[in-house]
Structure formats: structure tokens, C-alpha cells
Write a protein of this length. Structure first.
Length: 221
């Protein structure tokens, strides 16, 4: 039986706004998805079976290996769980008590108490943007997705992404204390948002360190 609080969390999670769907962007000239870097650990093609009748134990082992390869989530003992995009476009980890929901262009996530969450989104853009252009694009898309935005600061990160701190409200009127990251690699732009929901962001610094520290994107799309 699913506890009522789990239904509430998933209701909030599904309602989290995904920036990629909130405002138009300049898309690439075709609809084909760029070839992503293979997911690390994905098995190479297996050699042909030399025995005509492999044992049931071998068959069972092969089935388990296939199941593990197709699973986009893996556990991190003592820390959390990792979500890997099926095409290797990005990966990110969350504390064990977080719920997450894959989206068409990313993933959204939410803590069990509903007070901290965010999303990863990505989209295509043929034009190579400067740091200032990336910052302006993030501001435009955030203002389209949220309201009453108050920008606090922006900062270039060592990895080349731009971090922007802001506060605002979501469509439900909840107060957000947020930090966002935007970066471009090839023709693909990635956005990571994290925010306290009716709570200060700093209350969840430990969670945010795990999430941001684990976040990796495909730099060679």
C-alpha cells in the first residue's frame, strides 16, 4: 500500500516546471537527436556461445547482467542513488529519500518533505553562445517559467558553467530560494536548477553538495 505522503510528493514532483518546455529556443535544423557518448560501463557485444546448450545458471547470469545494464538508476551505499540518462546525456545523484521523475528532456527531483527540489533540462542550439549570452538566456527562460524573480548574483564556475542565484515564486505561489547552472557543449545546452521550497536554500546545503557534486554532462555530444 502506498502511503498518502508518497502520492503528495509525486504530485508535487510531476508539477515541477521544466524550463525546456516553458519558452521557445532556437533549435537545430533537424529533429534528430545527437549521438550521445555511450554510458560508462555499458557492455561490449558478447562473443557467440560455443556450447550448444548453456546451463541454466549461465542463462540466469546473462539475464541479470542485461537487467542491470538497462536500469537507469543505481544505488550509492551510504550516500544516495544515481540517475543516468538512457542515452548517456547526463547523470546526477540524489539522497536516498528523494523522488525523481524522468522527463522528455531531463529529470525533475524532490525531497521527501517537499522542501527542496529542482530539475535538469537540456536542449539543442546551433549557435555557440558567449558567457554573457548564456547568462541572458538563463534569465529569459527562468522569467518565463517562474514569477516575481529577484536576481542576486551570477558567477562563472571553474568548469565553464555560469551559476545564477535568485528568488521567486512558482506557479503554485510557493517561495523559491534558488541556484541555477547553465552551460553549453557543442550544440547542446544544459540547465540545472535547485531550490528551497518555502525554505532557505542553505538548510539543504548537504543535499545540494551531493547533487551538484555528482552532476555530469556529455561534453562531446
Amino acid at each position: 500500500m502506498i502511503h498518502p505522503w508518497r502520492w503528495i510528493i509525486w504530485g508535487i514532483l510531476v508539477s515541477l516546471p521544466i524550463l525546456g518546455a516553458c519558452s521557445p529556443v532556437t533549435e537545430s535544423g533537424d529533429d534528430e537527436t545527437p549521438t550521445a557518448t555511450p554510458v560508462p560501463g555499458e557492455p561490449n557485444p558478447q562473443p557467440e556461445e560455443t556450447e550448444e546448450n548453456p546451463s541454466s545458471e549461465e542463462t540466469s547470469e546473462e539475464t541479470e547482467a542485461t537487467h542491470d545494464t538497462n536500469n537507469t538508476e543505481e544505488s550509492l551505499p551510504g550516500e544516495g542513488k544515481t540517475y543516468r540518462h538512457p542515452e548517456g546525456i547526463f547523470k546526477i545523484s540524489f539522497p536516498n529519500h528523494y523522488a525523481h521523475q524522468p522527463q522528455a528532456n531531463g529529470v525533475s527531483f524532490l525531497s521527501a518533505n517537499g522542501e527542496f527540489g529542482g530539475e535538469v533540462t537540456y536542449f539543442e542550439m546551433q549557435e555557440t553562445l558567449s558567457i554573457d549570452d548564456l547568462e541572458e538566456l538563463y534569465r529569459q527562460r527562468t522569467q518565463a517559467a517562474f514569477r516575481e524573480i529577484a536576481w542576486q548574483r551570477s558567477e562563472l564556475q571553474p568548469d565553464g558553467s555560469v551559476r545564477l542565484d535568485w528568488r521567486g515564486k512558482n506557479a503554485s505561489g510557493q517561495d523559491l530560494d534558488a541556484i541555477g547552472y547553465i552551460e553549453q557543449h557543442g550544440d547542446r545546452i544544459y540547465v540545472l536548477n535547485l531550490y528551497g521550497i518555502n525554505e532557505a536554500y542553505d538548510i539543504y546545503l548537504e543535499d545540494s553538495r551531493l547533487i551538484v557534486g555528482s552532476y555530469q554532462v556529455d561534453r562531446n555530444p
